[in-house]
Design a protein around this ligand. Sequence first.
Ligand code: AMP
Length: 288
Amino acid sequence: MAKIQQKITTIRSVSKMQRVARQLAAEGKTIGLVPTMGFLHEGHASLIRQAKKQSDVIVTTIFVNPPQFGPNDDLSKYPRDEKGDVRKIKEAGSEIIFIPKADDIYPEDFQTYVNVESLTQSLEGKARPTHFRGVTTIVAILFNITRPDVAVFGMKDYQQAMVLKQMTCDLGYPIKFVIAPTIRERDGLAMSSRNKYFTSEQRPEARALYYALHTAKEMVKSGIGDTTLILREMKAVLSATCRTAKIDYVEFTNFESLKPTRHVVKNTICSLAVRIHGVRLIDNMKLL
Ligand code: AMP
């Protein structure tokens, strides 16, 4: 088990967080930021450990951000466990937890949003039109409050990471942007706070996304690059693993530009969103 740190500070006030960030900078300490929506798992902990390697003090944020949820999303039932989160954040080695209140981040007269244009038009952006505007806005706010030198995001939410990387560059934030690998359960299911929605009977069927991606990767390894053929196999694997799986999208795109490709070439990534027993899961894998 990871060594438990001696000291951890929970900050709820925006102005206190701003003060502490300024003070740390004045002391010459570098800040690593790990934004989360809480209900932590090993995937989040791995981001904190990554940040720890590259900065002196880690600020982990917990904020379930209303603007990134659409009208049919799970905002009101999004899982929360602040006590468990604080313990896990401490174990992973973060010194500060910032848990702002929604009213402090978005007061009644709030009216400024950040929008990344073309990268948000496909995949998740197409399926959830207001989602990324919410994500970029909150992350810009968190950057401004915590003034990090390093920020770490997960490859699990690959498009989100690319959109935020673009925002960081376009808005001139002097922040080292790190994308950390996806942490998976033993059977390949990408760790996610939403996995807790599954009953024990449903849970094995959630492997379907990983199995489909793994199949795609194996096909590419064997020399097949036609995405129509790969997609057909992936669909077969998805429905064989979960008979009721509902595909939102399966797309093959360039890793950097997110432009679709019909043939797998270097830097092709496959991304998918699938509903398993009503739970919308996303995953991705670089194919070449
Ligand atoms: P969330 O709490 O779901 O908003 O995620 C917070 C951060 O953790 C994001 O940068 C995610 O991409 C990252 N993350 C979520 N799941 C995983 C995972 N299984 N492995 C690595 N990073 C993850």
